[in-house]
Design a protein around this ligand. Sequence first.
Ligand code: HDE
Length: 746
Amino acid sequence: MTAPDTPEEQVVADASRRRFLGTAGVTTAGAVVAPMVANRAVAAQPAGPVAAGAPIANKLEDLARETSIDAGQALTTNQGVKIADHQNTLKAGLRGPALLEDQLFREKLTAFDHERIPERVVHARGAAAHGVFESYASLSQLTKASFLASAGKKTPVFVRFSTVAGSKGSADTARDVRGFAVKFYTDEGNYDLVGNNIPVFFIQDAIKFPDLIHAAKPEADREIPQASTAHDTFWDFISLMPESTHMVMWIMSDRAIPRAYQMMEGFGVHTFRMINAQGTSRFVKFHWKPLKGVHGLAWDEAQKLAGKDPDFHRRDLADAIVAKDFPEWELGVQVVEEADATRFGFDLLDATKLIPEELVPVRPIGKMTLNRNPDNYFAETEQVAFHTGNLVPGIDVTDDPLLQGRMFSYVDTQLTRLGGPNFHEIPINRPLCPFHNLQRDGFHRQTIAKGRVNYEPSSIDVPPIQEVPPSRGGFASYPEPISGNKVRHRSETFADHYSQATLFWQSQTKPEQQHIVEALQFELGKVSVPAVRLRMLSNLVNVDRDLAARVAAVLGVPVPPASPRVGNRKYAPSPALSMIARGNPKSIVGRKIAFLAADGVDEAGLQAVKAELTKSGAVVKVLAPHLGNLRGANGGAVKVDDLIVTMPSVVFDAVFVPGGDASVKALKASGDAVHFVREAFKHAKALAALAGASDLLSFAGIPAAAGATVPGVSTSLDTNALVRKFIADIGVHRHWERAQKDSIAA
Ligand code: HDE
């Protein structure tokens, strides 16, 4: 090894020598530790008592009290003792056995051995972000909740998105409902809106939740399959629970394979209450509407993404925030007067039903912007604990028997997951306003509550800890009048299980209906028990006979008779339920566009299209058979971003092929490039090719010849016209109506 020239090289050399020298290396360690000690003064200091003090305006400031930056610091034990050798255990002799007394080794390994906590029993896989909610106007006529009390009022939020069935390490793009949990750090305490991206649920009563989840999770004997409902036990349970049919229609639709978290709607699902200062209560349903529109993946694409980029959704969320293309949603409410609760012909307390937006419009009340990624996945995303019971004055629950069960489950589950009752003290969970009560002790207690008095009433503390009446902000449950016999029964008003499933089906566009049919064919095709398939088909006949027939045809069985049903309410189709008919903005901001090129590319054409797409907010990546620079046809150079083999078509929204004879020829000779365009076509994405590059598309079997009009494919145009059409095509998201796509082998 040559002698180090700089102090930095000396540090590296010293560190690597210590790895081999053991304690002898201690003599050189001073050189490593000394500059770090000097840095120590800048280390973030731990926070003071958390329960005391004035309100903190901002959650990031609050979390900053707990952050610590290790870079540049002296390496120490948890007791603050500086560590001289972090490479070798303490041994009896250079080649001898390890010594039990090695406290440095034991502290390190003990911490490591206990690094994992139980994953969430459901919603284990998730990703989160910080942001802000801004109220549009005073909502005081509806609710006394202070975070909705005035126009422009800003409240910090932390939002966690998740899949439900898969384990923590499963793929983001599994067919599943997505969790959409929002924690508002309001100035009156934390309010959690723990919702999903689908407005209804599988079951009506919480007592069935463990059965539903057992049936959906991997089967009990072999723990197969992971993060998939395409198996016997799920469909066995579902087919025996007709109340799940409405939700099943949503799960089989493209809602269950979103393009991005930022392109999903969110729903509170249950009917909640809002109560104003006068004590008037109204029913509300919560809706989050993404400003980027609601978009899905193709099912084949979602399955391939599960292997090619299992982190597709969490990467998209984090990247968008880094690029300052902040994900945004409007929060809206559907409001129903108590007196109108029975006018819909279904029960507002039944979580398998929705109120069509055409019957009760969604009123926008504020906007949420996610603008900061968490610093630490475990500390924030994993340890955040949501709870439907985290309510603030002015918002309350109803008697929905599903919601009532959730009121128990969320705190209960954290006791195991987060190891005791003090999880509210974890920085991501603690409120921004002061909190004081007489709850004490327990595992991992952080707050050092001073004084003798830990009970109430007491005359010793003057003044004592005090209740706050509702008139001054105390929470009081809505005094709903209740009477009735103690029963274990389901109300008859919950009995119509099919009418809204039919409403959903009839509200879908033709391609969306086709996707539902294909999803059912796929899932039931994986079911091995014939009786389960038949029972499910009998339920589907109640939704729509044609739907059942199209599924039955592929399952190779005749359509069975309908299963028994109660009720048959007719609804007008609701365009708001369709991801396509609802209408989406045509913006291409944040859309990922692959440019396929090779040496000899027409660099001027490439740069011109790239400039226009980038100006419109899209993210362009040049993919080529090799990294470095491409030689342009006219002597220029084009920087390559990625290899064609490392970035598959499924991670992009559209494909552009620039001209240049040699480039097009090389791409035609590359199986990866040909597969790339075929697959993008099959997944209904926008494709564009300049000049001779349409050869690549034709060669791949894509109808791209001059004069061919295939939705979303642009060829034979000059650069300006092509860019305009390509941008419009990308804005449509997917060209599902493309007839030829399913015959393409990819
Ligand atoms: Fe949950 N649910 N849930 N759930 N849920 C959990 O709480 C539960 C339901 C939802 O990102 C658990 O902290 C029961 C509906 C989300 O941390 C657990 C019932 C909706 C998340 C639990 C339901 C949800 C959870 C597991 C039926 C949409 C993830 C870990 C009565 C409105 C929150 C945890 C996060 C998580 C119980 C049904 C949404 C076990 C008993 C309906 C978004 O407490």
